[in-house]
Design a protein around this ligand. Structure first.
Ligand code: NAD
Length: 480
C-alpha cells in the first residue's frame, strides 16, 4: 500500500516484476503527469508541517524509523531481492546501510542548526552580533534509480526531513516497492502526513514535477541522459546531480596482489555491476599483469550467477533482459574493435555472465562510457604516470582506486586522480554513508553523504542585531 500517495490514477498501474523470473512482485499506481499539481499542493502542506517540527521531533522520527527498519530488516532485504535482483547478502547490507543513513540524518537534525557569525571580528561591524540558522528549502523533488532501491532513497529522505523539508519522491518505476515501504515506516515513526509523497510513475511524471516553480530543489540520482533532461526542464532551482561513473583502479607491482584481486572482484561484480562506483577498468603494472589477469579471470569464472534469493549466489540478474542484451551488444562491439574476451559475455534472459576483456580500444564505448554491468576491462600499464593519464581519460568520474604499498605513489594518485573519492588499497566501490559522495568532472553538481546532502537541502538565514548606541559606547569606552 502506498501510504503517502494522495491521488488515484485513471490511467492504470505499473507491474513491478522480479528481474530473475519475471514474476510480479507488486503493482503501483501509474500517476500521469497531470497528477503532478496535486502532489505539489500536498507537498506544500507537508513543507509547512515539517518546518514546524522541532529538531528534536525530526530526529525522533528518523531514529524511530531506523529502529523499525532494523527490526524488520529481513522483510526489507527480501523485497530488495525480489524487485531489484540483488543477492540476499547484498540486500541485507543495503538495509543496514539504510538504518545507518537514517541515524546519521537524525544526528544532522540535532547538530547542524547554524552558527554564530563573528560580526565584530572585522572593521565596521563592532556594534553587530548575530548568527545564521539552517532553514528548510520547502518542497524537494527527489528522483532515484533502480540499483539501490532503499538506501539511495534514504539518502534523500533522511537529510531532507532532518532539514525540515517536504519531499515528492519519484522512485524508479522498476523498483518502487522498497521506497514505498520505507515511507510507510516513516509514517509509522510519527512523520506528519504529506511530508513525503511517493510519485509512482515514469519519465513524464518526473519531468512535470521538476519543471514546477513551486519546487525549490531537484535531487536526482540516475544516468547522464536523464540528468541532462532534468537540467533542461528544471529552470531556476537548486539541482543536485548524482550521475554515473566508469571507475578505474590502478594496481601497482608492489601491492598485495591477492588482496587486490579479491577487492576488485567484489568491486566489479557487486549488484551484478549495476553500481555507480563499480570497478570497470583495472590498470595493472606490467610485471604483475599476467599474474593478476590469471587470478582475476579464475575468480570471475568461479562466481555463481543465478537466482539472487539463493544464499550461495554471487551474481544476480541484471535489472531487465533488455539491460543484459544491451551489455552484450556493447561488449560485442568492443570485440569487433579488437578487444580480447577472457571470459563471460553469455546472456540468458536477464542473466549476464561476469565478463573480462583486455586489449580494449580506447575509442570504444566500453573504455570511456559507463557500462553499469558485470564487465571489466584489464589494461597493462608501465608507469603510474601512464596509469593516471588513462584513468582520467573519460569526461566524467565518481570514484577511483589504487593498490600500492608505496606511500609516495598512493599520495600522487590521491592528488592526481580526477575523482570524487580515491580509495587507497581498496576497490573503487567502497562507500561509507557519512562521507561526501559525488562526481568530479562533467555533470557533477553537489554532494551526497548525509551531512553534505543536508547542507545542500537547507539554506542559511542570517539574523543580525545592531546593538544600541548606548551599549556600543559602553562596550568600547576606555576605562578611566
Ligand atoms: P535513469 O536515469 O534511467 O532513471 C533514474 C530515475 O529518473 C528514474 O526514477 C526514472 O523514472 C527517472 N526519469 C527518467 N527520465 C526522466 C525525466 N525525463 N525526468 C525526470 N525523471 C526521469 O537511471 P537508472 O537506469 O534507473 O539508474 C542507473 C544510473 O544511475 C547509472 O548511470 C548509475 O551510475 C546512476 N547511479 C548514480 C549513483 C550516484 O550516487 N552517483 C547511484 C546509483 C546509480
Amino acid at each position: 500500500m502506498n501510504h503517502a500517495l494522495p491521488i488515484e490514477s485513471s490511467s492504470g498501474f505499473i507491474s513491478v516484476t522480479n528481474p530473475f523470473d519475471g514474476v510480479e512482485v507488486g503493482t503501483v499506481v501509474d500517476i500521469p503527469p497531470e497528477g503532478a499539481q496535486v502532489l505539489i499542493e500536498t507537498a506544500k502542506e507537508g513543507a509547512r508541517a515539517c518546518r514546524s517540527l522541532s529538531r528534536y521531533e525530526r530526529a525522533r522520527v528518523l531514529e524511530t524509523c531506523a529502529s523499525l527498519v532494523e527490526r524488520d530488516r529481513d522483510a526489507f532485504a527480501e523485497l530488495i531481492v525480489a524487485e531489484a535482483g540483488k543477492t540476499v547478502r547484498q540486500a541485507r547490507k543495503e538495509v543496514l546501510r539504510c538504518v545507518n543513513t537514517l541515524k546519521l540524518s537524525a544526528d544532522e537534525a540535532r547538530r547542524n542548526g547554524g552558527e554564530v557569525v563573528p560580526f565584530d571580528a572585522y572593521d565596521g561591524s563592532a556594534n553587530r552580533q548575530g548568527w545564521f540558522t539552517r532553514e528548510p528549502l520547502g518542497v524537494i523533488v527527489a528522483i532515484t534509480p533502480y540499483n539501490d532501491p532503499l538506501n539511495l532513497v534514504a539518502h534523500k529522505l533522511g537529510p531532507a526531513i532532518a532539514g525540515g523539508n517536504a519531499v515528492i519522491l519519484k522512485p524508479s518505476e522498476l523498483t518502487p516497492l522498497s521506497a514505498i515501504k520505507l515511507v510507510g515506516y516513516l509514517v509509522a515513526a510519527g512523520m506528519p502526513p504529506h511530508v513525503v509523497s511517493v510519485a509512482t510513475g515514469g519519465a513524464a511524471l518526473g519531468e512535470a514535477l521538476v519543471s514546477s516553480r513551486d519546487v525549490r530543489m531537484v535531487s536526482f540520482t540516475g544516468g547522464f541522459i536523464t540528468g541532462e533532461k532534468i537540467a533542461r526542464a528544471a529552470g531556476l532551482k537548486k539541482l543536485a546531480m548524482d550521475l554515473g561513473g566508469n571507475a578505474p583502479v590502478i594496481v601497482l607491482n608492489d601491492c598485495d596482489l591477492d588482496d587486490a584481486v579479491e577487492s576488485c572482484v567484489s568491486g566489479a561484480y557487486w549488484a551484478a555491476g549495476q553500481n555507480c562506483v563499480g570497478t570497470q577498468r583495472i590498470l595493472i603494472q606490467s610485471s604483475v599483469y599476467d599474474d593478476f589477469r590469471s587470478c582475476f579471470v579464475d575468480r570471475t569464472r568461479a562466481l555463481r550467477t543465478g537466482n539472487p534469493a539463493l544464499p550461495d549466489t554471487d551474481v544476480g540478474p541484471m535489472i531487465t533482459a533488455q539491460a543484459a542484451v544491451r551489455t552484450k551488444r556493447v561488449v560485442d562491439a568492443a570485440i569487433g574493435q579488437g578487444a580480447t574476451l577472457l571470459c563471460g559475455n553469455t546472456q540468458d534472459g536477464s542473466l549476464y555472465a561476469p565478463t573480462v576483456l583486455e586489449n580494449v580500444s580506447f575509442a570504444c564505448d566500453l573504455w570511456h562510457q559507463e557500462v553499469f554491468s558485470p564487465v571489466v576491462v584489464l589494461q597493462r600499464i608501465e608507469t603510474l604516470e601512464e596509469a593516471l593519464l588513462l584513468a582520467n581519460s573519460p569526461e566524467y568520474s565518481l570514484h577511483a582506486g589504487i593498490f600500492t604499498n608505496d606511500l609516495h605513489a598512493a599520495l600522487k594518485a590521491a592528488d592526481e586522480l580526477e575523482a570524487g573519492g580515491v580509495m587507497i588499497n581498496d576497490s573503487s566501490d567502497y562507500r561509507f554513508d557519512a562521507m561526501p559522495f559525488g562526481g568530479f568532472k562533467y555533470g557533477s553538481l553537489g554532494r551526497e553523504g548525509v551531512r553534505f546532502a543536508y547542507e545542500e537541502m537547507t539554506q542559511p538565514k542570517v539574523v543580525c542585531i545592531r546593538k544600541s548606541e548606548y551599549a556600543t559606547r559602553k562596550h568600547s569606552a576606555t576605562p578611566r
